[in-house]
Design a protein around this ligand. Structure first.
Ligand code: C6P
Length: 394
């Protein structure tokens, strides 16, 4: 395992990178693949008949196959986007032509803005009803409430797999089943789960799934929208331009086959190649090993954080690889800034989940999040530094 960026000092201290939920670092294989693409193969895809264009087209198409295998989808069901945010926007915009006034969309109280605002705005534009599944005291999703909210009027249920604030792992299989019993569709935001849990879209039976390359050891600017083929076939595109058409006349246009129908314009070719290498890296490490490693670190971190005084830890029963906490009377930004002096990277703020902050009656939290290169020593360094922070603010 070689992550060059981690071999550096910040303020003379070893970098302790605990901000993996924001973005993961990149293994050398990903960095090298992107460099080599630009050094040897760079050309636009699908258009040229020359050697370089053929090479880059093959690699770009193969990337769809690699991602499809990774989540057990078919390759025409993999649409490349710039990330989770674009994937969900693409979907919501395409549904604008389908959903009618008084149709209902369900989201949860713990959604990231990316899986909240596109649906909220669509609801406003199309006069739909947006309903929100609340969370319980124990920071898990209120399934009983979900059962009441999801009805025959529901058209789409948009739910995150793992909350980027609480780490809560949601029972998505159950929610998908509930939605389908009511003939509703589902979009799973897998931004936080894709590099931690094995995702099998056939087994989950989700209709759509979105994730970002940069949160799974891949580059920024590349992401995926998975959709079941029969649904994507019926769904109109919401972005128009080169590559996505079959025929254009002065009066109308027809659309290309899947997935190209949804990939207008020159795509992020090097990003797709980098993402392929990231998946090869995950496969080499073994997703189950990654999950086990991060679970152990999460448990260890919670037990260590609990030893601190005046700390509130937002942990829950079924906890993913990230932990939010607040230190009494110390602003989360101050905590993060002081940790940075010791070379510790954490995130502070509302984490793009303002409805959740409102529910919790807080402005923000500090958040630590783990990946395969983190160690128990990283957590020990953090705990020592947090003690120092509390000393400073005494
Ligand atoms: N969360 C964080 O928590 P993009 O920016 O499109 O790659 O991913 C958006 C997104 C969507 N859903 C969830 C659950 C997420 O956690 C995120 C990104 C980052 O630090 C940035 S706010």
């Amino acid at each position: 395992m070689n992550f060059p960026i981690l071999n550096q000092k910040i303020n003379k201290n070893r970098l302790v990178y605990l901000d993996n939920a924001a973005t993961t670092q990149k293994p050398i294989e990903v960095i090298t693949a992107i460099k080599e693409f630009y050094e040897k193969d760079n050309a636009n895809v699908h258009r040229g008949l020359h050697e370089l264009s053929l090479r880059s087209s093959i690699q770009y198409e193969d990337a769809h196959k690699t991602i499809a295998e990774f989540i057990n989808a078919n390759e025409e069901e993999i649409i490349f986007t710039s990330g989770t945010t674009e994937s969900i926007n693409l979907l919501a915009n395409s549904f604008e032509q389908i959903l009618k006034p008084n149709d209902e969309i369900i989201v949860t109280e713990m959604e990231h803005h990316s899986n909240f605002v596109p649906w909220q705005q669509l609801a406003i534009r199309n006069k739909l009803k947006l309903k929100i599944i609340p969370i319980k005291e124990d920071l898990s999703l209120d399934l009983e409430a979900a059962k009441k909210l999801i009805t025959k009027k529901t058209k789409m249920v948009a739910v995150t797999h793992i909350s980027n604030v609480l780490g809560t792992i949601n029972p998505i299989k159950e929610i998908i089943k509930l939605a389908h019993q009511n003939n509703a569709l589902t979009i799973i935001d897998a931004a936080q789960s894709i590099s931690h849990l094995k995702i099998n879209v056939k087994n989950l039976d989700c209709d759509f799934l979105a994730f970002s390359g940069h949160k799974m050891f891949g580059p920024t600017g590349i992401g995926v929208l998975f959709g079941k083929k029969h649904l994507l076939d019926k769904l109109p595109p919401s972005k128009f331009g080169g590559g996505m058409i079959k025929e254009v006349t002065t009066k109308h246009s027809t659309w290309n086959d899947l997935p190209w129908k949804f990939e207008a314009g020159t795509p992020n070719i090097s990003g797709a190649i980098g993402l392929t290498k990231a998946i090869e890296f995950i496969n080499k490490m073994g997703i189950n090993n990654i999950e086990k490693h991060n679970n152990e670190l999460t448990k260890y971190a919670i037990s260590k954080l609990k030893t601190l005084k005046n700390i509130k830890i937002y942990s829950t029963k079924n906890q993913g690889p990230l932990i939010s906490f607040t230190l009494k009377d110390i602003h989360p930004h101050d905590v993060s800034e002081i940790l940075n002096i010791d070379g510790i990277a954490t995130r502070a703020g509302n984490h793009c989940a303002m409805p959740l902050m409102t529910k919790l009656k807080i402005q923000g939290t500090n958040r630590i999040s783990f990946q395969i290169y983190n160690t128990k020593e990283d957590i020990d360094i953090l705990i020592k530094a947090l003690t120092k922070v509390q000393e400073v603010f005494k």
